[in-house]
Structure formats: C-alpha cells, structure tokens
Write a protein that binds this ligand. Structure first.
Ligand code: FNR
Length: 193
C-alpha cells in the first residue's frame, strides 16, 4: 500500500500466451489515472485447492501464502475474464477458493473489486461476468456495479504490444478504470471505517 496510490491486483482468467484477456490487462496498465498501479497477479500456477492444506500452515503450498499476501495487501482487485462454457474459467474459481481459506481468513472480504469480460463471441462473456459477480458477492467483495463491461468480438481489439487497437474500446476502458479508481477510494474507505 502506498499513501496516495491505489495498488490494484489484476487477475486474468486465461494464461495462454496469445490470450486477448491478457493483452487487455497489459493495455489497461497504460490507461489508468496516475494514482492507480496495476499489478498482474498470476493464478495459473496455483495447485487445485484441497482442504487438507488447511490442517496447519506447513501443509499449504508456498504459492498459496504468496498469493494470499498479494491479494491481502492490494487496495482492490480487477478480474479480467474470458468465458468458458458460459461461465468463468476454473483457474479463477480455484484462486477465489484459495483466498477464502483457512476459515476466517478470507482475503477478499471487504475488498473493492471489478469485473471485465472479454470474448471472441458476440455476447462479450456475459455469462462469465454475471457468474463471477455472483461469486464475488459470496466472498463479500465490494464489487463496482456500474459501468459493466462486456467486450465481444474482441479478436482484433488488442495488439501484442500492450495497446488497444480501437479508439472506442480504448475510451471505454479508460473510463472504466477511472470509475474503478474512484470506487476503490470510496469502498476502501468505507471498509476501513
Ligand atoms: C470458449 N470460448 C467461449 N466464448 C464465449 O463467448 N462463450 C463461451 O461459452 C465460450 N466457451 C469456451 C469454452 C472453452 C473451453 C474455450 C477454450 C473457449 C471461446 C473464447 O472466447 C476464446 O477462446 C477466447 O479467445 C478465450 O480468451 P483468451 O484466452 O483469448 O483470453
């Protein structure tokens, strides 16, 4: 945490090398207000959650404690997700589950959050976005309600150099990240009070 800066952890639901969601995450880093720092947090290397890991601290994979620490110290969390079979990918569900345990140590609770869904399909990952929002409510995140962002037909919107290729999409994302920065300020202050 930094005094006037908001540190936002960014979780991407795809880890393939040419992922459009990952490209969007990289592009977003250049679109935010100066007060926002986006930090890509990897989740794809996390072993599948198993309740046996909670037996004692030594049982849990080292990657779990590092992941939980990075989420716990973030001022907010931005999820950028593709849609797999009308839902969000298992890599995100696994990360969410890991963050809720051990029991009583839910790192998501009270944290400002936001969701962007990006898809090759026309519906912009609506199903993934809605199901993820439902899950984030369950883990007690303070999720930005509006603006909602569903980006469809996204095959050519983001290039490999961390740039948004289309101006209207760039403007949309710039507005979104500014809204999320303001939300992080408000919701984070409320959670701390
Ligand atoms: C998909 N895709 C997809 N797209 C969509 O709009 N709705 C869907 O339900 C699905 N289902 C789905 C399932 C599985 C298993 C795969 C692999 C893909 C297509 C998806 O939008 C496309 O692969 C994106 O390119 C995935 O995002 P990344 O990896 O480019 O970020």
């Amino acid at each position: 945490m930094h005094q006037n800066r908001k540190d936002i952890a960014v979780l991407v639901g795809s880890h393939r090398k040419d992922s459009i969601n990952r490209r969007a995450a990289l592009a977003l880093a250049g679109l935010g207000p100066e007060s926002v720092a986006l930090d890509l947090v990897e989740a794809s290397h996390l072993p599948f959650y198993n309740q046996d890991f909670d037996a004692d601290a030594a049982s849990a994979p080292a990657s779990y404690s590092d992941f939980r620490r990075r989420i716990a110290r973030a001022d907010g969390v931005l999820f950028i997700t593709p849609e797999y079979n009308r839902s969000y990918p298992a890599v995100l569900k696994n990360a969410i589950d890991i963050g809720t345990r051990p029991y009583g140590k839910n790192v998501w609770s009270g944290k400002p959050g936001a969701v962007i869904s990006i898809s090759l399909g026309a519906l912009g990952g609506f199903g993934a976005n809605q199901q993820l929002r439902q899950q984030l409510a369950n883990v007690n995140m303070a999720v930005l309600q509006q603006p909602e962002i569903y980006i469809g037909n996204a095959g050519a919107l983001f290039d490999g150099d961390g740039k948004v290729a289309v101006e209207t999409t760039r403007d949309l994302l710039r507005g979104f990240i500014a809204s999320f920065a303001a939300w992080t300020d408000r919701a984070g202050t409320a959670a701390a009070a």
